[in-house]
Structure formats: C-alpha cells, structure tokens
Design a binder for this molecule. Structure first.
Ligand code: SAM
Length: 219
C-alpha cells in the first residue's frame, strides 16, 4: 500500500497556499501565534484543528473531553463544532496555561460551552463519571497509555478517541524521550488490539490516531 506522508516542508507550503480553506479566524490565528507560555509548537496546526472540528460535526458530538487544554487553541476548534446544547470539558495541569485558555475562549465568545478543569489528567480520569462522544488527547506524552486506558471507560458507544502526536519520534534518546516513545507505542498498540475499536493513523503533522468505538449494534 502506498503511504503518503505530509512532511514539514510540504506541509508549510500546503498551509501557505491553502490556508484560506482552513477558515481560521484572525483572532484564533493571533492566539495560536501569540505568547504561549511554552513552545509555539504546542498548539495544533490549523489543518489539524479543522479536521478535529469536522470529525466532531460528522459524529454529531455534543459531549467532548479534551486532555491538554494548553492555551485553548484546540479547544476553540472543538467548541466551534458543537451544537448549542454541547459542551467541551477541558483539562489542564499548568495554572498559567489554564488561565490563558479561559481568557482566550472568553475573547472568542465560547465560554458558555467550555468547562475548564485545572487538574492532573490522571487525577481527573480517576474521579470523572460522565461519558463523552469524542475524547481528544494532547497532554503528557509519557502518560498516553494511561490516558487511553481511562478514556475507553468514558467513551460512549460509537464515540471517537483522537490522539495527537502519535508519530512523534525524536532523535533525542534521553530517558525522558524514551519514556514518551514507549507510552505512545503502548497507547497505539492497545487501541489497535481492542476488538471493539476501528483505528487508523493520519500522517498529518506529527500524526493523529483516530479510533472509533463500536456500539452493540454497529456494523
Ligand atoms: C501540546 S500542549 C496542548 C496543546 C493544545 N491541545 C492545543 O493544541 O492548543 C500539552 C498540554 O498538556 C498539559 N499537560 C501536561 N501534562 C499534563 C497532565 N499530567 N495533566 C494535564 N495536563 C497536562 C501541558 O501543560 C500542556 O499545556
């Protein structure tokens, strides 16, 4: 099978030439590009943002969980895909980013549909009981295996898990990076091994894993 990989160079040309297609409002662009309390690279790309919003609309998601709010850029894309009765619950451990996200989402006019939780993701998962249509995972890469274990329990039938950075490989072989690589691999293998999930990997930016959970009556 032919594998198409959108590399960094072609991706930026693609983004530059076709960015109009992504409908990224100016304010969102400023948020993505502005002071980010960390690396500017942390935010999703607009093409990934538009993809997760498109998917959320396709599955008619009303209840969305985001693990790793950052400054709220990906939250914007998820929030804009919701119907009026929908909600994004978003979890962030860093207090500064959590506060920045609240302010950014307010500026964009989505405060009524976002619930911000300042907490470690695993601690959140241990006590949360609500079920979600879509769970977007983009936090501590070294904990991806744990996130997948818990996300499965909170995902509705026919719901979708999206994992960012699934193809993130680095030449750096420090213990920290090795731990991240291992956890990403375990998370991927867990989902692909589950009989009730249909999984694929999209090589967009650092890779998105898309996993749909079958319901009892799904094909
Ligand atoms: C890649 S950034 C998220 C970017 C955001 N999803 C976006 O695209 O705009 C990862 C975020 O996860 C947060 N994070 C890291 N470890 C975490 C943990 N254990 N629990 C919750 N959030 C965590 C970081 O503080 C950081 O803001």
């Amino acid at each position: 099978m032919r594998k198409v990989v959108v590399g960094a160079a072609s991706r930026s040309r693609f983004s530059t030439e076709y960015c109009g297609a992504f409908n990224e409002p100016n304010l969102w662009h400023e948020i993505r590009d502005g002071m980010t309390y960390g690396s500017k690279e942390m935010q999703l790309s607009p093409e990934e943002g538009q993809l997760i919003a498109w998917l959320a609309r396709c599955i008619k998601a009303t209840d969305i969980l985001e693990i790793g709010t950052g400054i709220g850029y990906s939250t914007l894309w998820l929030a804009c895909a919701l119907p009026l009765n929908g909600k994004v619950v978003t979890v962030e451990k860093c207090a500064i980013r959590h506060e920045a996200a609240i302010s950014n989402i307010e500026k964009a006019g989505f405060s009524d549909r976002v619930e911000f939780i300042w907490c470690d993701a695993v601690e959140f998962f241990k006590t949360e009981t609500r079920l979600f249509d879509l769970i977007f995972i983009d936090a501590n890469k070294a904990m991806y295996d744990k996130y997948v274990f818990y996300a499965d329990k909170l995902l509705k039938h026919n719901g979708v898990i999206i994992i960012d950075d699934i193809l993130l490989f680095s030449d750096n072989n420090s213990k920290r990076v090795q731990k991240m690589k291992k956890s990403i691999e375990v998370a991927k293998d867990m989902l692909f091994a589950m009989q009730n999930y249909d999984c694929t990997i999209l090589p967009l930016c650092h890779g998105l894993l898309l996993a749909r959970k079958f319901g009892p009556t799904s094909l």
